[in-house]
Design a protein around this ligand. Sequence first.
Ligand code: FES
Length: 125
Amino acid sequence: MYTDKVMDHFSNPRNVGDITDASGEGTVGNPTCGDLMTIYIKVKDDIIEDIKFKTFGCGAAIATSSMVTELAMGKNVDEALKITRNDVADALEGLPPVKMHCSNLAADALQAAIEDYKKKKAEKE
Ligand code: FES
């Protein structure tokens, strides 16, 4: 049912944890399955220097969060904001249709973390 890439990121997730002095953080939940995901980013000069995630979710949610952190690491925040649910699913070489909503969680949490960073930055200026 799952691709090797999904199994790899599920069994060996990258960038798990949190960042205590994060520049931005975003939490999203899926009301249907009750799963939750938080993404933390550390940003310098608009570049994502570090990114971590925590998830209370299914295996696909773990794999998609892990993949989204890899896709966003080192990117400019505006570029990272363009990472879509489909980009995450494609990078994992596909997700079963019933699991596509899990990749929504990962992309949405990343976007929420970047919006939080931008809001905090605007407040400082
Ligand atoms: Fe809820 Fe996957 S079943 S995120």
